[in-house]
Design a protein around this ligand. Structure first.
Ligand code: SF4
Ligand code: SF4
Length: 504
């Protein structure tokens, strides 16, 4: 990359005394230019000469640079305070109320033995890991205590369809409660589809439950990792994805917005098959892919060795797969990479998509809660995974305790502090601070403390790598790409899934 030919930003000499009255900003060398960002989440690329001029006080109102700085709110005396306050208030709206995402682990039983999923499943006969109707009701009661105007109840496992009566009961009970509470209520189900049937599907469609699944790639890749000894996982999943998408279409829903959300888990086996993975998603009618590096919290040691990879390998995979996705769009096929869409929504869309792992503070306890089958409550699903490996440090209470006590307890407070970027060494001065987030659970697993050291954190390495890459792509984007990135940065809601207060 060309930036090696430039001086580090800190070493640029500055002369002159009439410095501009600038708001606090941070900077980083990106793609040969200097990237500036401020606390309002706005950014600007300047050249070395402009940077020196800016700091040396040689910028006058007649300069184009003055206008660019003003437009991006870098000039303290020129900012429209009311507009900025309104925007920041909207971006941080999640701070005004309690958790929105409530993850219900209705059972740990699963008929798959996916290679990366040792910690979070049990055998199909381990009925003691089924959530009971009583625990389910107490859990829903607890969720409805949240002051959030919107609630999403997400069913996970194990395989949640293995405890179908409780899934159904939670949905009915929550709808009943909502007749009084009047929240924007949504349901989501994460399933491997192996226990799906027409009757369950009729119910899920009728109750407007968003359905998500896992597809790790073409059949050999998927079935090699997602092992189901009594069936063909890939073929079964695909059959149901197709069927469910047909049902949405029959309801007249826009297929761009309403389709089964499929997620891949990227393993060492898929690292060199990025293009194939994307082409497979296109073939099966998917409109997007979420290229994520998964933290190996729940992976056994053997799986880590066989399936794990380092962050540089992931970033190389990400960059080349991203270019392939841009090419697909260039050929006229709308297809979104969701990690990029999420970050671009923040960077160029000036939005806060409220993705709980990339925000400051993160969602632990204040944006999400995980409800274990036995009624124990965790900061988030990742915190629950740590418990599965024998350490209950992220347990914040049980559903029998009062909401206020649990939510304002010491663990939630510590998680908020540990994930607020303004108080993290490294992050506080990072050009990506306004758009990034850190994960205390990741810090704990990797470094032994929820307070991370970003200088040697693979979490930071990933985010720095993704942001550097995307900013470089934005900096050198051609008109087609600019338009594409802008489209990705404009999230669209899915109102069909929202239950308002219903008369029952
Ligand atoms: S985690 Fe890394 S990339 Fe993100 S804000 Fe902190 S220092 Fe910057
Ligand atoms: S601790 Fe980590 S996994 Fe949990 S909500 Fe925060 S960022 Fe997400």
């Amino acid at each position: 990359m060309s930036h090696h030919t430039h001086l580090p930003v800190e070493n640029l000499s500055v002369s002159g005394s009439k410095a501009l009255d600038l708001v606090p900003f941070r900077q980083r060398r990106v793609d040969g230019a200097i990237l500036l960002s401020n606390d309002f989440g706005e950014h600007l690329f300047v050249t070395d000469a402009e940077y020196q001029q800016m700091l040396g006080g040689g910028v006058t109102r007649d300069d184009a640079l003055w206008t660019r700085l003003k437009e991006r709110n870098f000039l303290a005396k020129e900012i429209d305070r009311d507009a900025i306050v309104a925007r920041m208030s909207d971006k941080l709206r999640f701070l005004r109320h309690g958790p929105n995402l409530h993850i219900f682990v209705v059972t740990l039983r699963c008929n798959h033995t996916c290679q990366y999923c040792h910690a979070s499943r049990t055998r199909m006969d381990a009925h003691e890991t089924d959530m009971t109707i009583e625990t389910a009701e107490r859990s829903v009661d607890f969720a409805f205590e949240s002051t959030s105007p919107g609630l999403t109840l997400e069913f996970q496992g194990g395989e949640p369809l293995a405890n179908w009566p409780v899934v159904e009961h939670i949905i009915e009970y929550a709808r009943q409660k909502n007749a009084l509470a009047g929240k924007s209520l949504m349901f989501a189900l994460v399933s491997n589809m192996s226990l799906m049937d027409e009757e369950k599907l009729d119910y899920l469609i009728d109750r407007k439950v968003q359905i998500c699944t896992s597809i790790d790639g073409p059949a050999d890749l998927h079935d090699g990792v997602r092992i189901w000894k009594d069936g063909a996982s890939h073929a079964t999943t695909l059959r149901w994805v197709k069927r469910i998408n047909e049902r949405y279409a029959e309801l007249g829903l826009d297929p761009h917005l309403y389709h089964v959300e499929a997620l891949p888990t990227v393993t060492r086996l898929s690292l060199h098959r990025g293009k194939e993975l994307v082409d497979h998603y296109v073939d099966i009618g998917a409109r997007s892919i979420f290229l994520r590096h998964l933290d190996p919290f729940g992976w056994g040691a053997a799986a880590q060795q066989r399936l794990g990879y380092d962050m540089n390998e992931f970033l190389t995979f990400y960059r080349s797969t991203f270019e392939h996705i841009v090419d697909i769009n260039r050929k006229g096929h709308d297809f979104v990479e969701r990690t990029a869409a999420l970050l671009l929504a923040k960077i160029i869309g000036q939005q806060e998509p409220n993705f709980l792992d990339i925000r400051s503070p993160c969602g632990a306890g204040i944006g999400q809660l995980a409800y274990n089958y036995d009624g124990r409550l965790f900061t988030c699903d990742e915190g629950r995974m740590v418990d599965r490996s024998g350490d209950n440090v992220f347990q914040i209470g049980t559903v029998e305790r009062p909401y206020r006590e649990v939510i304002s307890g010491p663990i939630v407070r510590a998680m908020v502090t540990a994930s607020t970027l303004d108080s993290q060494p490294g992050c506080a001065t990072c050009v990506y601070k306004s758009w990034c987030g850190v994960c205390p659970v990741h810090n704990y697993c990797e470094q032994g403390s929820i307070q991370g050291r970003m200088a040697d954190s693979t979490w930071c390495q990933k985010h720095m790598g993704l942001f550097d890459f995307l900013m470089e792509r934005v900096h050198r984007a051609d008109p087609f790409e600019l338009e594409l990135f802008q489209r990705w940065a404009t999230p669209r809601g899915q109102p069909h899934y929202v239950h308002e207060r219903e008369a029952l």
